[in-house]
Ligand binder design. Structure first.
Ligand code: FAD
Ligand code: FES
Ligand code: FES
Length: 1314
């Protein structure tokens, strides 16, 4: 593939590996091809991970390095993404840059729709996309405008959505960058297409090219004749076009093709013919080109002829991302016949035909059900080629529609999709032809031919619809155990889509003949439109730096991320970007395939005999370990020898001289298991089996039992919350290099806790810690997933390196990473609330259970933090909560941004929402009534002052125009039966502190060199949050030195010993205080010298200090905040301060499909005195979007045997650009109090996650409105994540009642809810 070739062979490491399957966009490059016939050059974005090198003959590939670098000149795209703060960890940035760059090559002044579409195939886990969109907007013609005139308003129109304009005063700012300083985009300066490639293309050799290796042969015929000959010679060889189907099959399913045929520039395969009957499109035409062609045709031809083209276009807008659409061919799409193909259901109902060719001649076959089922009589013969596809025009009285619902609106395979076509007799409304096809509901695209046949001759009315639903549900039947699960949802979608089709056609008929056809019932009009959000705009309001501050002092200014430009040029070096070290080996793991089993035998002989394989380690090779962090490391966690407790547990480590060989050998390791009982997967099963880690934790305040006696009402309920995958873009990566003397070893790693890695490695190697040095340059996203898990991987890698005396690299593939490393803990929260009729909650009794997985890791700590933070912003005068970490047979879960709070907080908010429903009050009112009132006491008896909480709440109410919009939402809901809006606001009190003083200590080392430059080192890890940037701001303020004189190289146990892990929102807080301390020590020492020569430079002072033998190096130290908690008494002072905030979100849901659109979010945060507003807002919104994903679309699926299905971006959906709120307004509360934190700032890394639940409760509110209208009884209990499936199934109606239901226990479900 192109990706390893670029990275390993050409050492162009700007292009990143994120998933290897086309799903993340980190590997985006621009491919340019010259067409000698049209004389045009086509530039398109492509995923290097799926692009075979051999397919690139004659093409030009541009990588991020090719468009600009700090050594030459950076490209405006690179500059603007960096300066608009569109990078955090920076791992996704080169891919973003290349997607945008390619767009600009084709459209130098793109529209906003083009921009959003261009980024549809790129994922970012850090930024929340808003700053990236803002950077992109600077290239638009009218960059200030959303360019949306939906509903007749655009962002520049006053009073959109009732939002009062923010007033720009002296003290607040609305922009984090200044456009004036940007380099202009000058298309004439772009790289030209290499003339030699043009000449080559013009000369077009008429001979097949063959590339070969010992395992594979790649044949590239250049004429149709040669192609057919190759197909005769190798009938089983696939015809690879875009490789987006064959590639993933080879990679993920292990399918091997010894010969591949790849036609190159064969004109006949690229035809675009307009005939009398329709359009003929060549099989090699890319899906992106199909989209453009259809868009053109639909503009030119009358609508009655283009029904099918409109429907295809609709699906082409959301099918995959632009990279895949540009690579994939129409022929490849049709022939691969994916069960969830978006286009095949449409093509199948549209009487399309396929033109085939072989040496025997031409023939035509229909694209029908038999073809889709691959019936031999209706399929291509092995030696046949698909040349083109005929897509007929539609006729008058013929209508075609397309439907799909996916977990995410864009770039996600459909859960169910459908193509529907009906043709009536001339003006009589009688069905003459009807054709309905579904994808996602079986092993192939399914056509409901029998049902359609039975409906012919019937008039288009409600009785027909009713009969159609019943017939189709019968014909398109899905067993309860169908692969992919979501069976009832799928059944419901089958009929819901049909209903939408019925309405769409009825409306058109009415438009065509208003006299004969009845109007749609007004109630049904709202079913018609799809939810789409394509235009985004945002505002920010933050406080300017203190005007009294020195002009050179950067604190309080929106300084760009220190590595921003390097992220954007691809020069920033991540672990796997480090060059290969001499004699380097690669290590990969073999993991358990059973959830609970005895290991009977491990046979490594076949694997060991493969060429290049150096060693295979099992648990027997590794010594037992002890570390200072024993609680984090179960000895069994290294490599298991006797027993496995979860799928994905490490069993062997295979070491070979290349990655390919190591992975190949790993597949040859044979492990025989004997299954053991019990297999505990869910929290409920753990409770049943009393499978808990010790101890149970409890927090109690007031007298709960007594309080229950005096309350008006009591309710009991529970909520289940699913886990979350970290999905950091850079997978776990490490390179271990033995130094060759004194048993010294260097570990270069992407990790949050270098000290732990040093410790565990030293233990495994049986050397003292001073021999092991751990270095972290930067981390491509971590979110808690690189605290403990990395340690085990690094220790094993170090053991291998030490054993063989050779460097060893270990880079996990995305699927391995997700499987092995666990994620956020799923939670079960049970609550019993005693409350008064006015909404006051007087007693709350709760139980928290988390699904810890097979090993303890940090699970108990997560439970503890959950208990300490559960009351969120509320004063519950009598509160009891007990918590258990459940031991199950799942991969061990670990820290993830928020650490228990997102789960504990949701449980409390769910309880409050239910109390509100019982009292007949809006949830916001009950939230307000129960909120802390200024000076108060927490359940662990820590004093707090919540003035800023109230302030945030009030400000959020005001800026979001909550009352006005609540009324507007209610009005909308009363007028729309099938669409509902919801509005919800949640407060936030996020405690900051680690529970012990020692956990908060931090150190720094600052050197001044004789040329006046400064090197800062501290114990914090740069993982995107910008801690290094903030540290340089601190040093710059303290030393009164320009930022440009200060440098920071990375983090290492060599310079700062005994570091605490970077996490818990306090990395900048704690290390900043240490840096400040070091700088102040230096200043103190240098004071006499500076005062002797106050006008001198740092170079003068450094030299003078040196001459006077004054040390120019100082350590700084911060001992940690006062922090303690006594679990015996449940009292203490665990937290130093609290971050307050509030968020108000509005959504719209489609009750028929379960889709939702995030309309608007307003966030108000109390950030104290922001050290860097750009970084702080980045943390807030990045976390908010991650939280939104957690509570709405991110869903992990496990088989009943405990196997994780969702192991990559194609199955697990994190928010993409299409998910962010159309409007996002963030404002900081004016700072009000000085504190003893770093310059009175607050740590903001984690808190924003929880605000994502405002979207959860907005959806909850919308569902409530739907249910209320339908007269459905309460209480409404909705689990998290609130996926399209849950939304649809909660909006019960005649369709959900119509579907068949399976008796629980009568089938084995595809997945179990964890
Ligand atoms: C990340 C990702 C996201 C995706 N999302 C979606 C989505 O949302 N919706 C959707 O519908 N699909 C989606 N897909 C699937 C995608 O549409 C198909 O993979 C693609 O259309 C296949 O086209 P290709 O040219 O790459 O096929 P290839 O992989 O090149 O070939 C596929 C098959 O077609 C055969 N073939 C190709 N051309 C010919 C020919 N001329 N004659 C005979 N046989 C031929 C080959 O032999 C091979 O068996 C996604 C794929 C990826 C990787
Ligand atoms: S690495 Fe290629 S798309 Fe993810
Ligand atoms: S900045 Fe996008 S993934 Fe980190």
């Amino acid at each position: 593939m192109l990706l390893p070739y670029l990275r390993k062979k050409l050492r162009l490491t700007g292009t990143k590996y994120g998933c290897g399957g086309g799903g993340c966009g980190a590997c985006t490059v621009m491919i340019s091809r010259y067409n000698p016939i049209t004389k045009k050059i086509r530039h398109y974005p492509a995923n290097a991970c799926l692009t075979p090198i051999c397919s690139l003959y004659g093409a030009a590939v541009t990588t991020v390095e090719g468009i600009g670098s700090t050594k030459t000149r950076i490209h405006p795209v690179q500059e603007r993404i960096a300066k608009c703060h569109g990078t955090q960890c920076g791992f996704c940035t080169p891919g973003m840059v290349m997607s945008l760059y390619t767009l600009l090559r084709n459209h130098p002044e793109p529209t906003l729709t083009q921009l959003n579409d261009a980024l549809g195939g790129n994922l970012c886990r850090c930024t929340g996309y808003r700053p990236i969109i803002n950077a992109c907007k600077t290239f638009c013609k009218t960059s200030g405008c959303c360019q949306s005139k939906e509903n007749g308003v655009c962002c520049l129109d006053q009073g959109i959505n009732g939002l009062p304009e923010f007033e720009e005063g002296n003290e607040t700012s609305l922009k984090l960058f200044s456009e004036e300083e940007f380099l202009p985009l000058d298309p004439t300066q772009e790289l030209i297409f290499p003339p030699e490639l043009m000449t080559m293309a013009e000369k077009k050799t008429q001979k097949t090219r063959i590339f070969g290796s010992d395992r594979m042969t790649w044949i590239s015929p250049v004429t149709l004749k040669e192609l057919l000959e190759a197909k005769v010679k190798y009938p089983q060889a696939p015809v690879v076009m875009g490789n987006t189907s064959v590639g993933p099959d080879m990679k993920f399913k292990g399918i091997f093709h010894p010969v591949i045929i790849s036609p190159d520039r064969i004109e006949e395969l690229s035809v675009v013919n307009y005939t009398d009957n329709g359009l003929t499109l060549g099989a090699a035409v890319s899906l992106a080109e199909v989209k453009d062609i259809l868009a053109n045709v639909t503009r030119k031809l009358p609508e009655e002829k283009t029904q099918m083209y409109h429907a295809l276009l609709k699906h082409l807008e959301t099918l995959a991302g632009p990279q895949i659409r540009n690579m994939a061919s129409l022929g490849g799409h049709i022939v691969s016949r994916h069960p969830d193909s978006d286009l095949n259901p449409l093509l199948a109902v549209g009487n399309c035909t396929l033109n085939l060719l072989s040496k025997e001649g031409r023939r035509q076959i229909p694209l029908n059900e038999q073809f889709l089922r691959k019936c031999p009589s209706a399929d291509l013969k092995p030696e046949e080629i698909l040349i083109s596809v005929n897509i007929p025009y539609s006729r008058k009285w013929e209508f075609v529609s397309a439907f799909r619902q996916a977990q995410r609106q864009q770039n996600a395979l459909a859960i169910v999709n459908s193509g529907m076509r009906v043709c009536f007799g001339k003006g009589d409304g009688i069905i003459r032809e009807l054709s309905i096809a579904y994808g996602g509901v079986g092993p192939t695209t399914i056509l409901a031919n029998n049902s359609c046949q039975k409906l012919i001759g019937r008039p288009w009315n409600e009785e027909m619809l009713d009969a159609a639903c019943r017939l189709i549900l019968d014909e398109v039947s899905l067993p309860g155990s169908a692969p992919g699960g979501r069976v009832e949802f799928k059944r419901t979608l089958i009929v819901s889509f049909l209903f939408k089709f019925y309405l769409e056609v009825s409306q058109i008929l009415k438009g065509m003949d208003p006299v004969h056809y009845p109007s749609l019932a007004s109630k049904n009009e709202s079913a018609l439109e799809d939810l789409h959000s394509r235009h985004y705009w945002s505002t920010l309001k933050y406080q300017n730096a203190d005007p009294k501050q020195l002009s050179q002092d950067p604190v309080g200014h929106p300084i760009m991320h220190l590595s921003g430009i390097k992220h954007a040029t691809g020069e920033a070096v991540y672990c796997d970007d480090m060059p290969v070290v001499d004699r380097e080996l690669f290590l990969t793991f073999v993991t358990s395939s059973r959830a609970h089993a005895k290991i009977v035998s491990i046979d490594v002989s076949a694997a060991l005999s493969l060429p290049g394989v150096v060693d295979i380690l099992t648990g027997e090779h590794l010594p037992s370990i002890t570390t200072t962090f024993d609680f984090l490391t179960d000895a069994d966690q290294l490599l298991s020898t006797d027993e496995v407790s979860c799928v994905g547990q490490l069993v062997c480590a295979v070491i070979a001289d290349s990655e390919v060989q190591a992975r190949r050998a790993a597949q040859q390791v044979k492990i025989v298991y004997q299954d053991l009982e019990p297999v505990i997967l869910t929290i409920e099963e753990a409770i049943q089996n009393k499978s808990f880690f010790e101890p149970e934790r409890k927090l109690e305040y007031g007298n709960v039992d007594e309080a229950f006696k005096v309350v008006d009402q009591i309710l009991e309920g529970e909520i289940h919350m699913g886990g979350q995958e970290h999905f950091y873009m850079e997978t776990q990566s490490m390179l271990v290099v033995p130094k060759g003397e004194d048993r010294e070893i260097d570990v270069y790693v992407s990790a949050q806790f270098p000290k732990y890695i040093q410790d565990i490695t030293a233990s495994v190697l049986k050397v003292s810690a001073n021999k092991v040095m751990c270095h972290v340059k930067r981390v491509g996203g971590a979110f808690g997933g690189k605290v403990t898990k990395t340690g085990v991987l690094a220790a094993i890698t170090a053991f291998a390196a030490n054993k063989h005396g050779r460097p060893v690299r270990c880079i996990l593939e995305r699927g391995e990473d997700i499987l092995i490393t666990g994620g956020r803990h799923p939670y079960l929260g049970k609550y019993k609330a005693g409350f008064m009729n006015d909404g006051r909650i007087l007693a709350l009794d709760m139980e928290h259970y988390n699904n810890a997985g097979a090993f303890l890791d940090e699970s108990l700590f997560v439970i503890e933090m959950g208990l300490l933070k559960l009351e969120n912003a509320y004063k519950f005068p009598n509160l009891r909560c007990r918590g258990w970490a459940c031991r199950t047979n799942l991969p061990s879960n670990t820290a993830l941004r928020g650490f228990g709070f997102p789960q504990a907080g949701l449980i409390t908010e769910a309880c409050i929402t239910e109390v509100a429903a019982k009292c007949g009050l809006p949830p916001e009112k009950v939230r307000m009534i129960n909120m802390y009132k200024e000076i108060d006491q927490t359940p662990y008896k820590q004093e707090i002052n919540t003035k800023n909480l109230t302030q945030c709440w009030k400000e959020c109410m005001a800026t979001s125009s909550y009352t006005l919009r609540k009324a507007a939402v209610e009005k909308f809901n009363s007028e729309n039966y099938w669409k509902k809006k919801g509005l919800a606001m949640v407060p936030l009190k996020y405690p900051i502190g680690l529970g012990s003083v020692a956990a908060g200590q931090a150190a720094a080392l600052v050197h001044i060199y004789l040329d006046g430059s400064v090197l800062v080192t501290h114990g914090g890890i740069e993982m995107g949050q910008g801690v290094h940037t903030k540290m340089i701001q601190v040093a710059s303020r303290e030393l009164r030195m320009p930022l440009s004189s200060i440098h920071l190289r990375g983090t290492s146990t060599e310079t700062i010993p005994n570091t605490n892990p970077s996490g818990g929102s306090v990395v900048a807080d704690l290390n900043g205080l240490a840096v400040k301390d070091a700088c102040q020590t230096l200043l103190k020492r240098l004071k006499p010298i500076i005062s002797k020569n106050p006008k001198g430079t740092w170079k003068d002072w450094a030299q003078a200090a040196f001459n006077e033998s004054i040390s120019l190096s100082a350590t700084g130290y911060f001992r940690g905040y006062e922090s303690n908690i006594n679990w015996e008494t449940g009292e203490g002072h665990p937290f130093e301060y609290f971050v307050y905030g509030a968020a108000c979100s509005e959504v719209e849901i489609d009750c028929l499909t379960g889709a939702h659109k995030n309309i608007r979010t307003d966030i108000v945060m109390d950030v104290g005195y922001s050290i860097n507003p750009a970084l702080d807002v980045g943390q807030i919104e990045g976390a908010f979007i991650q939280g939104m994903g957690l509570y709405t679309i991110e869903e992990l699926n496990y088989s009943p045997q405990g196997v994780l299905y969702t192991r990559g971006p194609n199955q697990y959906k994190i928010p993409a650009i299409c998910d962010i709120p159309m409007e996002l307004h963030i404002s900081f509360l004016p700072p009000s109090e000085n504190s003893n934190t770093l310059y009175s700032s607050k740590g903001l890394g984690e808190s924003g996650i929880f605000l994502g639940c405002s979207v959860f409760f907005a959806i909850h509110d919308a569902i409530r409105a739907a249910r209320q209208e339908r007269g459905l009884p309460g209480p409404l209990r909705l689990n998290s994540p609130l996926t399209p499936e849950k939304i649809r199934m909660a909006c019960e109606d005649k369709f959900t009642k119509m579907i068949p239901r399976d008796e629980p226990g009568s089938y084995v479900p595809w997945s179990v809810p964890i």
